[in-house]
Design a protein around this ligand. Structure first.
Ligand code: NAP
Length: 476
């Protein structure tokens, strides 16, 4: 992942297979000058693309979906090699991207249809026009899905795109550009830039970049939002999460524990939206601890290329070491280690499924986002106390409630939990058809669904009146 000078003097981006620690392919990086030239080219292409019909754009995006399906196994393998995702998770991810292409090819026109307004005189409507070239700074954890989640609606709305992907997934980043080109997207409209994060601020300031979106950590979000604010450009942020699950006394404990383990172990625990804090009321606490340990034992570490493997390596040794520090510090400060918590003696970035009980404020497992396969169990006195603990977090991305009483579940998810998404008796996840995003330090703005596609458009008011009936107003 380190930048190294290549033969031609250009920096190189070196990949490392997290399962083995072995170096993989290396790629020539782009410079800020390359990026500025790409931004100008994307803007030029945008000026024509914005005038294409929805039907023309949909044909390209549908084709991109078809190519993704055809090349699913190849792309899944690429993700496994670059960031350690299991092959089966990678295949599912590419399928999801293809469904997303189909969904927006079908629905973008409806989502962005002109909206008439009856003001009692003349004609008025709202129309949705593209903003220009959108710069996307993306994370490695879902190398295809995170990018397509932004790119497909943005392109269907008539925008162009520039991708600065995480530096450990350059092959995936280039493959996405290739798929879009192969599908018939005009040359230059969407470009992948293997750019250092140090150059992002300068690119945001470039005159040909119209808006920016970042999916990643809070510090990266802060730095991108500051740069975008400095030049007054629209910005969407999808940041971290410490999703709480409230476990109530009326649950079937074994079923609840299975849902919690599934929610925690998405992508080896390396998902922004994933059950991370399990807040359990006392009457079912002990039984839940035992059941979660049992459920988490169902995720042994294994070769990510084997179809039966449910937990592969972490994305890097550095990331694995960060997770281990959070676990050991939590134990030093009073957490009880019920499962896992030891780094295995083998090459690669391995970390086992881990369960911590007695998690409290002051421990990293309570106060920070743990981006790995670590379930943190927190005791609560009752429902109100559990909701209070759930909301006492800097984050507000996903959340959930486990209860046999669906009315209780509806009330708590709809009204009580401070989060962008809330689930009753299900594991947290994104869906192309539903808005996705967070509150508090989990970010602002939305992706997916009608709300997502309307982020990178000019929501424009139009009034039309005949000259004879024109009348002014002195109020702004
Ligand atoms: P990260 O370090 O913030 O990296 C994400 C992207 O931002 C990468 O492309 C990275 O480039 C770039 N970047 C890092 N620092 C930057 C800066 N100062 N200025 C501009 N760009 C910068 O995130 P990560 O730790 O790899 O990813 C995990 C985090 O992402 C977690 O917090 C997770 O919850 C969050 N996430 C959120 C969502 C969501 O939808 N809400 C989805 C997935 C992940 P380099 O790789 O070159 O450093």
């Amino acid at each position: 992942m380190a930048d190294q000078p290549g033969g031609g003097g250009r920096p190189r981006v070196q990949t490392v297979n997290p399962a083995t620690g072995e170096p993989g392919k290396a790629y020539d990086a782009h410079t800020i000058e390359d990026a500025r030239a790409a931004a100008a080219e994307a803007h030029e292409a945008f000026l024509s693309w914005r005038r294409t019909s929805f039907a023309e754009r949909a044909a390209v995006i549908r084709k991109a979906g078809a190519i993704l399906r055809e090349r699913k196994d190849e792309f899944a393998r690429l993700m496994t090699e670059e960031m350690g995702k299991t092959l089966s998770d990678g295949q599912a991810e590419v399928e999801k991207c293809a469904f997303h292409c189909d969904w927006f090819a079908e629905h973008a026109e409806g989502y962005l249809a002109r909206e008439p307004a009856d003001l009692g005189h003349g004609e008025a409507f709202v129309t949705f026009n593209p903003l220009g070239v959108v710069l996307a700074v993306m994370p490695w954890n879902f190398p295809f899905w995170q990018v397509m989640r932004f790119a497909v609606p943005a392109l269907m709305a008539g925008n162009g795109g520039l991708l600065k992907h995480a530096s450990n997934v350059p092959g995936s980043a280039l493959a996405i550009e290739e798929v879009l080109l192969q599908a018939g997207l005009p040359k230059g409209l969407f470009r992948t830039l293997l750019l250092s994060s140090r150059d992002v601020e300068a690119l945001i300031e470039d005159e040909h970049v119209g808006a920016v979106t970042l999916t990643g950590s809070v510090p990266a979000g802060r730095s991108v939002a500051t740069a975008a604010g400095g030049v007054l450009k629209k910005c969407v942020l999808e940041l971290g999460g410490a999703d709480p699950y409230v476990v109530l006394e009326d649950v079937d404990v074994a079923a609840a524990a299975r849902i919690c383990a599934t929610a925690r172990m998405v992508n080896g625990g390396q998902s922004c939206i994933a059950g991370k804090r399990f807040i359990v009321v006392r009457p079912v606490l002990e039984a839940f601890e035992r059941a979660v340990v049992e459920a988490m034992r169902g995720y042994p570490m294994g070769d990510p290329t084997r179809p039966e493997t449910k937990l592969g390596p972490m994305q890097s040794v550095q990331a694995r070491d960060d997770i281990h520090r959070q676990v050991t510090e939590s134990v030093q400060r009073g957490a009880r280690l019920l499962l896992g918590g030891e780094i295995p003696d083998r090459p690669g970035a391995w970390y086992p499924a881990t369960v911590l009980a007695d998690v409290r404020p002051g421990q990293p497992a309570h106060d920070e986002e743990v981006f790995g396969p670590v379930a943190a169990i927190i005791a609560a006195e009752d429902e109100a106390d559990a909701i209070r603990i759930a909301n006492a977090s800097e984050f507000g991305l996903g959340s959930g409630v486990l209860t046999a009483d669906l009315d209780r579940g509806r009330r708590i998810t709809a009204k009580e939990l401070e989060a962008g998404m809330s689930f009753v008796n299900e594991n947290v996840r994104s869906d192309p058809r539903m808005p996705f995003g967070g509150v508090k330090h989990s970010g602002f703005g939305r992706e997916c669904g009608q709300y997502g596609i309307r982020e990178f458009v000019n929501i424009k008011t139009v009034h039309v009146q005949t000259l004879a009936k024109a009348r002014g107003s002195s109020v702004e």
